[in-house]
Design a protein around this ligand. Structure first.
Ligand code: NZQ
Ligand code: ZN
Length: 415
């Protein structure tokens, strides 16, 4: 999730009396070297400077069970290596501060994140925090007025880092954003800065063979909704971005059943892994409107009720599409036709079908799409709205018109 996620003012041009949107000016920058394919973990030895003192960061131990840890240790047998384990899903500030202390004490000069989005995001916070004079939480919490993600303008340096990805979902392996939570409060906030691009990321699809079904599904839904956030907005006269977005969505729809049936299907795993990287690496967003309200509501649901990131998105998106059906109608109709193959019905019927088919896709992956499925009732909605208010998330969506009332309505229709 990079700084360009902040939807800015849109250029509206008038053409033959009709308002239409045009592609905005943009700057594109993505320096991440991707090393893709089976047996590629060994390559990290050539990417990390030999004289570096390396800290390997990882999560709760999945990499020890599936052999990824052994491959990393073998590859770095000629490097000086330390470890920091225990970065939890939805990585916590308190845990990451311990890793920052290790980096400072041991004069670490390269960090290697091995795991999913949480380990990679947590590592971004660590490498940002090591040389930061104040409390690193400021990097996450200080936002420009109206922005929903901090651009960490006070960050002036970061320890270089690379990644070995084991869970395709976030694209954290190929972007400069991260989402950090706290144990002591229901805060889950995003930040991004160009200093936080990984130097390289190794994507070996075989590492994902051991993913449990629920994490495979969560990941597919996360990728799908990253694309939706950057596509299901308003027409921008940007056919390249549209076709690319639609290509990723169609690929996910085609590959998901294969991988759910056979977790060791290399080709399907590879296609999903690549979809994850390009879903949020900046390729489909240049110059087009972006939404991100599903994610912002979702982050609050995780922070307050502990739902997985993918689960929150599956709950919020169908309801958001319903509430915003009028503003998004042109793109929902295009999505219905080109991605979902819906060919008949009035516009309203087509939009209904598109929402239902999207919900069915998520449910078909075993992920429930109603708040009530997770034990959240109407009484719980006020807490989420209060958190949105606390975090200044009061003007979301591509039009900035998802205020607290609209968020409440989206959550209410998601019950
Ligand atoms: O901790 P370990 O033991 O490694 O187990 C993990 C974890 O329990 C397990 N896992 C990972 N790879 C595995 C595996 N288990 C078996 N085999 C493997 N190969 O999966 C569990 C979940 O991992 P996690 O990293 O939390 O999942 P994910 O990649 O979905 O990351 C979610 C986090 O990323 C943030 C989310 O908000 C959430 O905090 N996001 C980051 C973004 C970004 N940086 O751009 C954008 C996203 O929208 C998202 O917000
Ligand atoms: Zn996401």
């Amino acid at each position: 999730m990079c700084s360009d996620c902040n939807a800015g003012a849109l250029n509206i041009y008038l053409f033959k009396g009709e308002a239409f949107m045009a592609m905005q000016n943009f700057v594109f920058y993505n320096p991440v070297k991707i090393i893709f394919g089976e047996n590629q973990i060994a390559e990290i030895a050539n990417e990390i400077p030999k004289e570096s003192k390396v800290l390997i960061t990882y999560g709760g131990g999945s990499i020890k069970k599936n052999g990824v840890y052994d491959q990393v240790i073998k590859a770095l047998e000629n490097h000086t290596v330390l470890e920091f384990a225990g970065i939890e899903p939805n990585p916590k500030y308190e845990t990451l501060m311990q890793a920052i202390e290790v980096c400072r004490k041991e004069s670490i000069d390269f960090v290697l994140a091995v795991g999913g989005g949480s380990v990679i995001d947590g590592t971004k916070f660590i490498v940002a925090g090591v040389n930061y004079a104040g409390d690193p939480w400021e990097l996450v919490a200080k936002r420009e007025p109206g922005a929903f993600i901090s651009s960490a303008p006070d960050l002036t340096s970061a320890v270089p880092f690379g990644t070995v990805l084991t869970l395709p979902a976030t694209s954290s392996e190929m972007n400069c954003g991260a989402v950090i939570s706290r144990k002591d409060s229901a805060d889950k906030l995003a930040f991004s800065n160009p200093l936080l691009f990984p130097k390289f990321s190794v994507l070996d699809p075989v590492t994902t063979f051991t993913l449990p079904d629920n994490q495979t599904s969560n990941g597919i839904i996360d990728i799908y909704i990253h694309v939706i956030e950057q596509y299901l907005t308003i027409p921008m006269n940007a056919p390249i971005q549209d076709w690319m977005a639609e290509g990723i969505l169609k690929t996910l729809i085609e590959e998901a059943p294969k991988v759910m049936q056979n977790g060791k299907d290399y080709d399907a795993r590879a296609n999903i892994m690549w979809a994850g990287a390009i879903g949020l690496n900046g390729w489909i967003s240049p110059g087009v409107a972006q939404d991100w309200a599903t994610h912002m509501l979702g982050h609050e649901l995780t922070a307050k009720y502990g739902l997985d990131h993918g689960q929150t998105l599956a709950v919020v998106l169908p309801s958001l599409m319903d509430v915003k059906r009028e503003q998004k109608s042109e793109k929902i109709l295009q999505y219905a036709r080109r991605v979902l193959g819906i060919t008949s019905g009035s516009d309203e019927e087509v939009i209904d079908q598109a929402i239902n088919k999207t919900r069915e896709f998520f449910e078909g992956l075993g992920v429930k799409t109603r708040l009530s499925d997770y034990g959240i009732t109407a009484d719980g909605i006020a807490d989420i709205v209060a958190q949105l208010d606390k975090h200044g998330l009061t003007a979301l969506g591509e039009h900035g018109d998802i205020d607290l009332k609209a968020s409440e309505e989206i959550l209410r229709r998601a019950l």
